[in-house]
Ligand binder design. Structure first.
Ligand SMILES: *[C@@H]1O[C@H](CO)[C@@H](O)[C@H](O)[C@H]1NC(C)=O
Ligand SMILES: *[C@@H]1O[C@H](CO)[C@@H](O)[C@H](O)[C@H]1NC(C)=O
Ligand SMILES: *[C@@H]1O[C@H](CO)[C@@H](O)[C@H](O)[C@H]1NC(C)=O
Ligand SMILES: *[C@@H]1O[C@H](CO)[C@@H](O)[C@H](O)[C@H]1NC(C)=O
Ligand SMILES: *[C@@H]1O[C@H](CO)[C@@H](O)[C@H](O)[C@H]1NC(C)=O
Ligand SMILES: *[C@@H]1O[C@H](CO)[C@@H](O)[C@H](O)[C@H]1NC(C)=O
Ligand SMILES: *[C@@H]1O[C@H](CO)[C@@H](O)[C@H](O)[C@H]1NC(C)=O
Ligand SMILES: *[C@@H]1O[C@H](CO)[C@@H](O)[C@H](O)[C@H]1NC(C)=O
Ligand SMILES: *[C@@H]1O[C@H](CO)[C@@H](O)[C@H](O)[C@H]1NC(C)=O
Ligand SMILES: *[C@@H]1O[C@H](CO)[C@@H](O)[C@H](O)[C@H]1NC(C)=O
Ligand SMILES: *[C@@H]1O[C@H](CO)[C@@H](O)[C@H](O)[C@H]1NC(C)=O
Length: 576
């Protein structure tokens, strides 16, 4: 700096200018040191030289960045559970750790502690929550509700663009939960801004010169499996706020998913990242965070204690479990993989040889599940389960060869669709995974003829009063002499519609609303078209029910509620 000052001085002298060279050029760059300032017993300001946030008892109501308050008239930042019924109240704040270039600020509430790790030169902060006394809950989230002129757009990996203006909501007719019909007959719903959580690279809200993003590497603290879906961003329909959600425990598209957490369960750290609105930059940063996960700088013994597992899944008929969905979750649980959520969860897909490995697993005892993700395993109705899998620090648990019991394929009479817990392959299943009311575009009556029809002749979801039939031949060798089993795999089910299942006009099964076997999930009516909560229904078929030659299986809808019904995964009939 001394030399710069002397260069300036000689320049001023040479140009005969009167410059005050001693004051304007500071010897150090403007300070961007991170800080916590307490204003009164329920107001704090945190941030660094790039941004700062004013945190009140519940809501952080100001976010200064680039000389602008990004919250404006919106609600700001908060942490809440059970559908916004409870917003956490902060009783104190303190710096609990100071590093060379960061501080760790802890806000304390009765339920637990919310931390902001603020680096001196980073626009945004790492955040995490440590449970102490959260009640048993379904929804737990952190979020920003931001100024809607600064943040007109939203971005997930499946949808990107303008958040519909609140004027569109006001002009429409509310037809159900957060869903409006516009004058042109189309629908507007916040659920369009959902995504499969584990497939999401990053999401946020943005405008021409600023973006606010959530980058959640690892995601092991989030409930559910590969098919866990959540709402990510949306326009608040009452206030117009631009909402950026971080659903760290959620029930969207599910039936139950209510969990009790141990003291110490930690969500995060994730990065809340501010930039100039560039999606490329956010994407680049998300990749860096993925590479850096698990974060070596996070001083938490349990978080740092990790190991790996690997193994090879082989089907009992000798085939490798190619591409199987592999899930590492609760030990000895009676819940499906999607419904688990009290601890930490890992999801991968096996390779073509059935081999899988999972790195950076928190040490503990797990249950391993696997199921078909279609492809070469499209016929596999069974799931693999092995409990008591120990993961030890810095070790790789080699599970070697795991045998997965499957049914004999030669007993199959017919199968419609692939077993993969998704509607993929059926008519209208895509291209986008969300569209309110698309299920109403499936026909009321439909006939599928085994051997003639193609997979896309069957529609992704059934709701309307009518009958969908499968016409199939049965060999004269077995008909009337061998019992069979009908497997009805549903990729989702929203109660309100029911059906009888008839084989050659005789009732053999049912899809029934309000049955203990079939809890209702928030999928079809919220526009999910690819997956919701999966259910496998199995019905015994008596020897005498099948006849030689052509048979007919009917799914006859007996009661129908608009937009409610089921998402199809697969239907299989086999001799047993
Ligand atoms: C916080 O401050 C308010 C007044 O500013 C006072 O009434 C209240 O008692 C204080 N609460 C605590 C817990 O100190
Ligand atoms: C927060 O940022 C604004 C805008 O840059 C600035 O005026 C204000 O002084 C900052 N607050 C603190 C406590 O640094
Ligand atoms: C933004 O919010 C305001 C209320 O604060 C509302 O009047 C306005 O319509 C909203 N803008 C959009 C684009 O929805
Ligand atoms: C939740 O777990 C705690 C221990 O972590 C236990 O004391 C409590 O009874 C559990 N509550 C429910 C509703 O299961
Ligand atoms: C935003 O930042 C990125 C990366 O820092 C840069 O490449 C881009 O040009 C910037 N865009 C604008 C509009 O300033
Ligand atoms: C699972 O087990 C818990 C108790 O361990 C019980 O409360 C719950 O009803 C069971 N759920 C099912 C689906 O069996
Ligand atoms: C894991 O589950 C098995 C039952 O499948 C049980 O025997 C074992 O004790 C459990 N291990 C732990 C650590 O809970
Ligand atoms: C695991 O590795 C880390 C990092 O090398 C080390 O700090 C830790 O002590 C190791 N733990 C065990 C149990 O060996
Ligand atoms: C008849 O049923 C047996 C199982 O009992 C099965 O192995 C065989 O493949 C079936 N035959 C035909 C032609 O489906
Ligand atoms: C479906 O088929 C039934 C029985 O043939 C018929 O009464 C009904 O009108 C059909 N529904 C539609 C929408 O075509
Ligand atoms: C529906 O099927 C289940 C078996 O999946 C059976 O237990 C139940 O009794 C049936 N309900 C009706 C109403 O037929």
């Amino acid at each position: 700096m001394g030399s710069l000052r002397s260069i300036l001085r000689s320049f001023c002298v040479a140009a005969l200018l009167q410059c005050a060279v001693t004051t304007p050029i500071s010897p150090t760059a403007p300070t961007t040191k991170s800080f916590l300032k307490q204003i009164d017993n329920s107001t704090w300001i945190i941030g660094n030289g790039l941004w700062n946030v004013t945190q009140n008892k519940q809501y952080a109501t100001k976010l200064w960045y680039k000389e602008k308050d990004l919250v404006g008239k919106a609600v700001g930042h908060y942490v809440s559970y059970n559908g916004a019924a409870s917003d956490l109240s902060w009783t104190s704040a303190a710096i609990v750790e100071t590093g060379k270039d960061y501080i760790n600020v802890k806000f304390t509430a009765l339920e637990g502690d919310f931390h902001w790790i603020i680096y001196d030169n980073l626009a945004g902060a790492y955040q995490y929550f440590v449970n102490h006394a959260l009640p048993k809950l379904g929804e737990f989230r952190t979020l920003w509700r931001l100024d809607n002129t600064t943040f007109p757009k939203g971005r997930t990996n499946v949808k990107d663009g303008l958040l519909p203006p609140i004027s569109d909501y006001l002009a429409g007719t509310n037809v159900q939960d957060e869903t409006w019909q516009k004058a042109d007959g189309t629908y507007l719903t916040k659920y369009d801004w959902s995504a499969f959580t584990r497939g999401l690279d990053f999401h946020g809200v943005y405008g021409d010169d600023v973006g606010s993003w959530y980058l959640n590497p690892g995601k092991d603290y989030i409930n559910g499996n590969h098919l866990k879906q959540e709402l990510m961003v949306h326009r608040e329909s009452k206030t117009g706020d631009a909402v950026q959600l971080n659903m760290i425990h959620g029930t969207h598209y599910q039936a139950l998913a209510s969990d009790n957490f141990s003291d110490g369960k930690t969500w995060g750290p994730w990065l809340w990242y501010l930039n100039n609105g560039s999606k490329d930059d956010a994407s680049e940063r998300a990749k860096q965070e993925d590479k850096a996960w698990p974060y070596t700088w996070f001083k938490d013994t349990a978080y740092q204690s990790r190991g790996s597992i690997k193994g090879t899944l082989i089907l009992s008929d000798g085939r490798p479990a190619s591409g199987a969905a592999v899930f590492l979750g609760d030990n000895n649980s009676n819940l499906t993989a999607l419904d688990q959520g009290k601890d930490y969860y890992y999801t991968v897909y096996a390779d073509k040889d059935g081999y899988f490995s999972i790195d950076d697993v928190r040490t503990g005892t797990y249950g391993l599940q696997a199921w078909s993700n279609g492809g070469a395993l499209a016929d596999v109705t069974t799931s693999f389960l092995q409990n008591a899998i120990a993961v030890s620090e810095n070790k790789t648990s080699d599970l070697e060869t795991l045998s997965w019991k499957v049914a004999d394929r030669k007993n199959r009479i017919f199968q419609v669709g692939d077993f993969d817990r998704k509607t993929v392959g059926f008519k209208l299943s895509g291209p986008t995974p969300y569209e309110h009311g698309r299920i109403a575009k499936c026909p009321a009556n439909l006939t599928y003829t085994v051997g003639l029809s193609k997979q896309e002749d069957w529609c992704f979801g059934q709701s309307a009063l009518g009958t969908w039939s499968i016409v199939f031949p049965s060999s004269s060798e077995n008909a009337t002499s061998v019992a069979a089993r009908l497997s009805v795999s549903l990729a989702g089910f929203s109660g309100g519609s029911s059906a009888n299942i008839l084989l050659n006009s005789v009732k053999v099964g049912n899809i029934t609303t309000n049955s203990a076997l079939l809890p209702s999930s928030q999928d079809t009516y919220r526009g999910a078209t690819q997956a919701g909560e999966w259910h496998l229904l199995e019905f015994p078929i008596a020897k005498t029910a099948l006849k030689a030659g052509f048979n007919q299986l009917d799914f006859q809808v007996t009661t129908s509620t608009r937009w409610r019904g089921w998402l199809w995964d697969s239907i299989l009939l086999e001799y047993i």
